[in-house]
Design a protein around this ligand. Structure first.
Ligand code: UDP
Length: 237
C-alpha cells in the first residue's frame, strides 16, 4: 500500500465512455464509472474530471478530411460537453452532486469555467466535470487535464486506459511484455511512449504532477488506485 490521495483529477477519454460500441456512448459503461466515482467520493476524496470527445468527434480527423482545423477542433470541444453532461447525469443518478464547467461559455447548460468556483465545489464534496477542453483549438483534453490539475492543485492525474499501465512492449503482441511500475517524465518523453501527448507530459513535469496510467475496465480500479494500491504505472519526477 502506498499513499492515498485527497484531491485528484480523473482523465476519461471519449473512448472510455464508448465501451465496445463503434461510436458514441454506452450507458451501462457510464453508469458503472459513475458508481465507482460515487464509492470513492463517499470516502471523502475530491474528484475533478476532464472528459475527452474522441467517441464523437476529433479535430485532427476532421482536418484530415479537409475541414479547417480550428473549426474542427471547436466541434471536438463541443463533443466533450456532450460527454460531460452525460457523466453529470449518471453521477446524479447515484446521488453524487456534480457540476459541469465549460471552457466555452454555454450558460444554459453548464457553468463557465471559473477556477475558484471549481475549487469551492470540490471542497463542498461536489464532483466537477470540466467540459470543452481548454477552450482553445490545437490542444487536447490530455493537455487540459494537466492544465486543470495544476490549476486546482490536484495531487494526481489518473489517466484511464484500456490496458494495465505502460509496458516495455505491446502486451497484446508479446506475452512476456513487462509492465513498468513507475517511469520518469523524461523516459516517457524521450521514448515517445504514447501515454499522453508530449505537451501534457511536459506540463505535468514542469508542475510536478504525477500521472497514474491505469486500466479503467477492471472494476474497482479507481478505488484501488486512490487508496494507493500498486496498480498501473506511475509517471513522475
Ligand atoms: N479539443 C480542442 N482543444 C482542447 C481540447 C480538445 O480543440 O483544449 C478538441 C480536439 O479537436 C480534440 C477533441 O476536442 O480532438 C476531442 O478531445 P480529445 O481528442 O482530447 O478526446 P479523447 O481522445 O480524450 O477522447
Amino acid at each position: 500500500m502506498g499513499q492515498s490521495y485527497q484531491r485528484v483529477l480523473l482523465k476519461l477519454s471519449g473512448e472510455a465512455l464508448m465501451g465496445d460500441l463503434p461510436y458514441g456512448i454506452d450507458p451501462t459503461i457510464v453508469q458503472s464509472i459513475a458508481q465507482e466515482i460515487a464509492e470513492v467520493r463517499s470516502q471523502g476524496m475530491e474528484i475533478a474530471i476532464v472528459v475527452g470527445g474522441g467517441n464523437i468527434f476529433r479535430g485532427v480527423k476532421g482536418a484530415a478530411a479537409g475541414m479547417d482545423r480550428a473549426t474542427a477542433d471547436y466541434i471536438g470541444m463541443i463533443a466533450t460537453v456532450m460527454n460531460a453532461m452525460t457523466l453529470q447525469d449518471a453521477l446524479e443518478q447515484v446521488e453524487v452532486p456534480t457540476r459541469v464547467q465549460s471552457a466555452i461559455e454555454m450558460k444554459e447548460l453548464a457553468e463557465p469555467y471559473i477556477r475558484r468556483r471549481a475549487i469551492r465545489h470540490l471542497e463542498k464534496g461536489r464532483v466537477v466535470v470540466f467540459g470543452a477542453g481548454s477552450g482553445n483549438p490545437f490542444f487536447t483534453t490530455d493537455t487540459t487535464a494537466a492544465l486543470r490539475a495544476a490549476e486546482i492543485d490536484a495531487e494526481l492525474i489518473m489517466k484511464a486506459t484500456k490496458v494495465d499501465g505502460i509496458y516495455d512492449s505491446d502486451p497484446k503482441i508479446n506475452p512476456n511484455a513487462r509492465r513498468f511500475q513507475s517511469l520518469t517524465y523524461n523516459h516517457v518523453l524521450t521514448q515517445d511512449l504514447k501515454v499522453m501527448d508530449s505537451t501534457a507530459i511536459a506540463l505535468c513535469k514542469d508542475n510536478d504532477i504525477p500521472i497514474l496510467v491505469f486500466n479503467l475496465s477492471v472494476p474497482g480500479n479507481i478505488r484501488r488506485a486512490l487508496m494507493g494500491e500498486s496498480i498501473g504505472t506511475l509517471v513522475g519526477g
